[in-house]
Design a protein around this ligand. Structure first.
Ligand SMILES: [Zn+2]
Length: 656
């Protein structure tokens, strides 16, 4: 066994180790490695203590998590005892003074004839970044040349000269060669698991296809590929292609796949296309009333469902499909790992999952990723409010799911709720009626998943427990009702946000600041660009002007965040940054304000602005290296920016 450190090491009596040591049991051939977390300052390091797989068939690795908040001291040396086949791996960090040493303890490969230990703990050497164009987002010191990281946290930001004085024998020195560095992107609205889970479906339809009959051949090809269910799943079409087809959508789908239930989600995720088998399994027929927040489109002639279910009506079917079976959860997990790679490749280090379907146990995938040391972003899960659930039962369930420990990367501390639907389906809630009617949408003013009163009920029940709300509101009525519900609350400490904000009544602009509600918007999608505003005029007239009033809200003092809504829109934040500057008249004034909307402002919304969001001493080194300085180039080139490296708490999680 190689001793990697000697100084500062104080060997304790064996008995004092007991809580923190890895134990190998030769009788069961199991190695148990406790994950011990001592205090909040070292949380991120604790998560670096990830268990790695041991690839010997004689040997099974079992994880054990213990918390030890009161261990007074520790030391850090892994020891292998050939006689007992035991590896002792203390992975305890207690106080900052010796943290540096503790993370220098990298376990070397311990090899015997019986097992091979690949790795136990990421090394946490000190790192010095030199010669950078480091944009800190800290107004006191916007730019710096050098940044020194110790134990995942920033210890110095400033000049090359001063930073060099901190170098010690274990410091890794990285020359940035003039590259731009900025804080990691924080994306407060995305759907990574739905985007990447293989279970979400093998039938990917073309959003631009105008003839629904052409989907038949595609569906017949992809249907046999579906895993883990008798259902056929997929996504991608435009609902208008179905509504404009000569035959009923259900007839087309029944012809394509008569013998298996099918559910295909439209590209916006606000309606599904189902066949007769699917409706039969879900028990939906001509007598089924519209559920709260949804519409079962029915034929005016026969009253029979046509195979299109808008908004929450789609959940009536999806709840039969996306079950939390072990097989499906495994696919979800694999999807999440895939998603994390993409997330890091775009420089994103913090995310909010904007619809954590807890009935499908989406949260299990995130928790497992963290437990297995594979979670490479901070994650705040936004637990979905099901509109057709009983309020008391749902509130009680959510109360039980709450998790907001400072020592976890994953938090279940936000609620995602829909106030309304979407404009193009005429389901967004409007103050004044739509100018034209679509399908069977019953109200001229759109629909509510949650009314103002019911939203207020949930806010009052859950916000005092620590849940912040993330409210989807697209129409001006949906936005206004969301703000009204928040305004009525007795509890004032919430950090709620309203997302999408496509049509906002002018009278509501200043209310975001007054109520401390974050205004979350997505501008990366083509539909959000002013060139496309007029496409909504047939539906809502001049209310289509200033769709997504980014500038108006910013000027009214709202805290603005910009998010992706991946995979409804692109994950690439640099496209959003460019669009935020170029979408006059509703643009942000400068790149600095755009970057704030991707860093410090979302950090506030995720309650981690004291740990992340800017590059300042004491914060975690969540940061990215870019291939160009986005302040030096034509703003129309910002979208070309590529992320070269992504660091989470000083650990490299992506490199191009
Ligand atoms: Zn979304």
């Amino acid at each position: 066994m190689i001793r990697l450190l000697l100084s500062f090491c104080l060997f304790l009596p064996f008995s004092l180790w007991a809580e923190n040591e890895a134990q190998y049991s030769s009788s069961t051939q199991q190695l148990i490695i406790p994950k011990v977390v001592i205090h909040n300052d070292v949380t991120q390091q604790a998560y670096k203590v990830a268990m790695q797989e041991l690839d010997n068939k004689d040997f099974q690795l079992v994880s054990a998590e213990k918390s030890a908040t009161d261990i007074a001291s520790k030391f850090n040396e892994a020891t292998y005892y050939p006689s007992s086949l035991e590896v002792q791996i203390p992975n305890v960090v207690v106080d900052e003074k010796i943290t540096e040493q503790s993370y220098a303890v990298a376990m070397k490969q311990g090899e015997t004839g019986f097992f091979k230990l690949l790795s136990v703990q990421a090394s946490q050497r000190d790192t010095l970044f030199l010669n950078g164009k480091i944009y800190t987002v800290n107004p006191q010191q916007l730019w710096a040349e050098a940044l020194y990281i110790n134990n995942g946290k920033i210890r110095y930001v400033g000049s090359n000269e001063a930073a060099r004085k901190l170098v010690n024998a274990k410091t890794e020195v990285i020359d940035l060669n003039g590259a731009m560095v900025m804080p990691g992107i924080q994306d407060v609205h995305m759907h990574p698991l739905e985007a990447e889970s293989p279970f979400a479906g093998t039938c990917l339809l073309d959003n631009q296809e105008e003839d629904a009959e052409n989907f038949i051949a595609v569906l017949q090809d992809c249907a046999p590929l579906q895993e883990a269910t008798e259902w056929v799943l997929g996504s991608g079409h435009s609902v208008f292609t179905l509504l404009e087809s000569e035959r009923l959508p259900i007839e087309i789908l029944d012809e394509a796949i008569p013998d298996r239930p099918v559910v295909i989600m439209e590209s916006t995720s606000h309606s599904v296309w189902v066949n007769s088998k699917a409706l039969a399994i879900a028990g939906i027929d001509k007598n089924t009333p519209n559920p709260t927040g949804g519409v079962i489109v029915k034929s005016p002639q026969t009253g029979e469902p046509t195979g299109v279910l808008f908004d929450a009506a789609g959940d009536l079917v999806m709840d039969y499909v996306w079950l939390p079976t072990e097989e499906i959860k495994e696919l979800n997990y694999l999807g999440l790992l895939q998603a994390l790679k993409k997330i890091n490749s775009y420089g994103i280090t913090s995310v909010a999952e904007a619809r954590t379907y807890w009935k499908r146990d989406f949260q299990a995938a995130w928790k497992r990723a963290e437990k297995e040391g594979k979670l490479t972003a901070r994650a705040v899960l936004n637990l979905w409010l099901y509109p057709h659930e009983n309020d008391e039962v749902q509130i009680e369930t959510l109360r039980g799911l709450y998790q907001n420990s400072a020592t976890n990367l994953v938090k279940l501390s936000q609620i995602k709720v829909y106030s309304d639907g979407i404009l193009v389906n005429t389901t967004a809630a409007m103050l004044a009626p739509y100018l034209s009617v679509l399908g069977d949408i019953p109200s001229q003013n759109g629909l509510n998943y949650f009314t103002e009163a019911r939203l207020a009920k949930y806010l009052n029940a859950l916000a005092p427990l620590g849940f912040d709300f993330h409210i989807h509101a697209i129409g001006d009525r949906g936005v206004q009702e969301s703000l009204n519900a928040i305004e009525q609350m007795v509890y004032k400490e919430g950090r709620h946000r309203v997302t999408h904000l496509e049509v906002v009544n002018k009278v509501d602009y200043p209310r975001f600041k007054q109520l401390n509600v974050t205004a979350d918007m997505q501008v990366a999608g083509a539909f959000a660009h002013p060139d496309h505003w007029e496409e909504n005029e047939a539906l809502i007239g001049e209310r289509a002007d200033n769709l997504i009033p980014l500038k108006s809200l910013y000027e009214a003092g709202a805290r603005v965040t910009l998010s992706s809504d991946w995979d409804v829109s692109t994950l690439n934040p640099f496209i959003g940054m460019q669009n935020a500057l170029t979408r006059a008249p509703q643009n942000l004034p400068d790149l600095a304000s755009v970057i704030e909307a991707y860093t410090v402002n979302p950090a506030y919304a995720l309650r981690q602005e004291k740990m992340t969001g800017s590059l300042e001493v004491g914060k975690f080194a969540d940061m990215i290296v870019l291939d160009q300085n986005i302040f030096d180039i034509d703003i129309n080139k910002i979208s070309d920016t590529r992320v070269m490296k992504t660091y989470l708490a000083g650990k490299l999680v992506f490199e191009r």
